[in-house]
Design a protein around this ligand. Structure first.
Ligand SMILES: [Zn+2]
Length: 687
């Protein structure tokens, strides 16, 4: 993936686009190209290349009041968002036949928007779930409830989503040992705050957040008419803290070698005693599954033990609160605003909530993702754009082939396997070849809460169906309207959604060199994931297999550890650094992607030089375009949250990838006395 997964679980959205009001910036970019007015030429490129490329933009850009950050992804997101609003509004106005996708899109949006109807229903939609929780009388009933609410809401290797507010999350995907069949993966969960560190970190800042969180939990319970909310909030925070304590770290959760543990169904009672697995799996619709993959086995064991050791009343309190929080966006305004006050303001520093109309479009686009995406692709992604983007992908794959062919450190057998993997890479550009059906999804006008729940259950049913079908390598995990891109390492497949093939990533009207540095580096980034610390554990067929010689592995580990140390040294806050290990896979991909994009750009010139543009030579345009794509402003709490939870380094530090390319030193006359200077033997070269 190229960008952080939006933290929107609590808004019930699978995928939401980042949006923000227009900035004056747009008006100044009438002529497509570099944003020269956004540079700060008083900065030496070798001292701070990011600031040199973006200093004036950073000074004049104000983060919109309803955003926690603002950057290149938001600029592309604004355009996608405007288009989606048109699609959704047209659908609502179309008076389409009942049961059609168009009708479902229109009804979903209008129901979400109708806060008067939501207010009129009050707590009624919430009541059945709260009554079921209240009726839990023993551990078997508790297990059955936990099983019935298990959702297919995680994916640790494609979208990188490892968080769920349920005790466990389900992922149905290609088995790593038997890649022609699908398996059920079980992941840890159970928290509302973004990471276990929010519960465990002893710093004053985190302790303060916990105090505010306790108040927030109590207010949500009170809004739902639950008595004794203060005491319950203590109980809930205490139980969540116990859950956080036994959860495995994010680094380990992204490590596929640690995740691939096949547990026969019969072993669960012995390996993870405490939870009534018969009741849990039966209620989850997984009673007939013979083997599971226990992604974080230690946590699964410990969480099951907590189900037995903690008082039933504590579990019931936690489940009631999680249900309320989970549905806050589709409950009366007071819930929605209280939820935003904590998760938006306190945790991300965002002063204002986005307008309901925009959130309705995002919710609809998330709920009916490929139905909306199909309309998006038809209207906004012409065949010419698809062809152009496909040609660029082909050029960058060719650049990778050449790089791998001349890698001095790689043994011939490893090299042949890498070339084979590259040759079988399945690349999807714009949209999927086949569109998923929403025939089984019921959307009822006027039922915002019910619709949101039905979407979750629909997605869950799709996952269970997939479990019993052969692997479909043409399946997409991102919708066309998503401003992002993804490598599915076990599927050896890439998705480049239509909405990222837009400025500032791609613009057919600007010099090609700028596109190579922007979308080209993104394409290279995704391709390289097939060969990074994660991708290199899968062969061309998607089988988890070590196809590297021991020497190759040693060399790869040594150079990647040097890159981890480089990022460990970046300190966005005096008390908080980038986690080089957590972000390693993405940093390798940035480095490889930029390198391959540069090669592909040079190859496209056929030995000539690119024309100068605004006084900048071709190679200068290349690096400047790269640094400008990564311009991002953050609110401090949001940046802290990303440093703790995100597998990507924040944009400004991603721009520093240039330090590892010899060409950058030559092009910008970077000297040993410059701050970003790395001696040639300190520059990390992997591919
Ligand atoms: Zn990535």
């Amino acid at each position: 993936m190229i960008r952080p997964r939006p933290h929107v679980v609590r808004w019930l959205l699978a995928l939401a686009l980042a949006v923000a009001p227009l900035l004056p910036l747009r008006a100044q970019r009438a002529v497509p190209g570099l944003d020269t007015a956004g540079m700060d030429r008083s900065v030496r490129p070798g001292d701070d290349f990011y600031l040199y490329a973006n200093g004036s933009w950073l000074r004049r850009t104000v983060i919109p009041a309803d955003r926690s950050a603002y950057g290149g992804f938001n600029i592309a997101g604004e355009r996608a968002e405007r288009r989606l609003a048109t699609i959704v509004q047209d659908a609502a106005a179309a008076d389409a036949p009942a049961g059609s996708d168009l009708r479902k899109i229109g009804d979903y949006d209008r129901s979400f928007l109708d806060t008067a109807a939501i207010a009129a229903r009050g707590l009624e939609p919430l009541r059945p779930a709260l009554e079921r929780i209240a009726a839990i009388g023993d551990r078997t009933a508790l297990a059955a409830y936990l099983g019935a609410t298990l959702r297919a809401d995680v994916d640790p290797i494609n979208t990188g989503n490892i968080d769920t507010d349920n005790l466990f999350g389900l992922w149905v995907a290609q088995d790593f040992d038997a890649p022609t069949q699908n398996s059920a993966f079980l992941l840890q969960g159970g928290l509302e705050m973004p990471d276990r560190s929010y519960y465990l970190d002893t710093s004053a800042a985190m302790a303060g957040i916990r105090t505010q969180y306790r108040g927030h939990v109590a207010r949500m319970l009170t809004l739902a008419g639950i008595a004794g909310a203060d005491g319950m909030a203590d109980t809930i925070l205490d139980l969540e803290t116990k859950i956080a304590r036994v959860q495995e770290s994010r680094e380990d959760s992204y490590d596929v070698l640690k995740g691939n543990n096949h547990w026969p169904r019969a072993d669960f009672a012995r390996r993870a005693p405490g939870l009534d697995w018969d009741a849990f799996l039966g209620a989850a619709g997984l009673g007939d599954v013979a083997t599971f993959v226990a992604w974080q086995p230690g946590a699964i064991t410990a969480l099951s033990a907590l189900v037995a050791s903690e008082p039933l009343s504590a579990w019931k309190a936690l489940l009631a609160y999680h249900t309320i929080e989970h549905h806050a966006a589709v409950l009366p305004d007071a819930f929605d605003h209280e939820s935003f006050a904590f998760f938006g303001k306190t945790l991300s520093g965002t002063p204002e909530q986005e307008p309901r109309a925009r959130r309705a479009v995002q919710a609809t686009s998330g709920a009916l993702g490929f139905a909306v995406g199909r309309l998006y692709a038809q209207r906004y992604f012409p065949p010419g754009a698809k062809r152009q983007a496909e040609a660029m992908v082909a050029n960058i794959i060719a650049a990778f082939h050449k790089r791998i062919a001349r890698l001095a450190w790689m043994a011939p057998t490893t090299r042949a396997a890498a070339q084979a993997k590259l040759a079988t890479l399945r690349v999807g550009v714009g949209y999927p070849d086949r569109w998923p059906s929403y025939a089984g999804l019921e959307v009822v006008a006027g039922q915002a809460y019910g619709n949101a729940d039905r979407v979750e259950r629909f997605e869950d049913a799709q996952a269970l169906e997939k479990l019993h079908k052969p692997v479909d390598r043409s399946q997409w995990v991102m919708t066309p309207q998503t401003v992002n891109a993804v490598n599915m390492p076990a599927m050896n497949a890439l998705n480049f959604p239509a909405a990222i093939l837009e400025p500032p990533f791609f613009d057919p009207h600007r010099p090609a060199v700028m596109n190579y540095a922007a979308i080209g580096a993104v394409i290279g980034h995704e391709i390289s994931h097939s060969f990074d610390n994660l991708g290199s554990t899968f062969d061309a067929q998607g089988r988890m297999r070590n196809w590297w010689t021991p020497d190759d592995s040693v060399h790869f580990a040594a150079s990647t550890q040097a890159l981890a140390r480089q990022y460990d040294a970046y300190r966005p806050f005096s008390d908080l650094a980038i986690n080089g290990q957590l972000t390693l896979s993405e940093n390798i991909a940035d480095l490889a992607g930029l390198t391959a994009a540069y090669d592909a750009y040079r190859a496209s010139l056929g030995g000539k030089e690119a024309p100068t543009w605004a006084g900048f030579r071709g190679d200068q345009q290349f690096f400047l375009s790269f640094a400008q794509v990564w311009r991002t402003k953050f609110r401090d709490p949001a940046l802290r949250q990303r440093l703790l939870t995100d597998a990507h380094a924040p944009g400004p530090w991603r721009a520093r990838t240039v330090r590892n390319l010899d060409t950058w030193y030559r092009v910008f006359h970077v000297e040993p006395s410059d701050s970003l200077y790395l001696a040639p033997d300190q520059r990390v070269r992997i591919w």
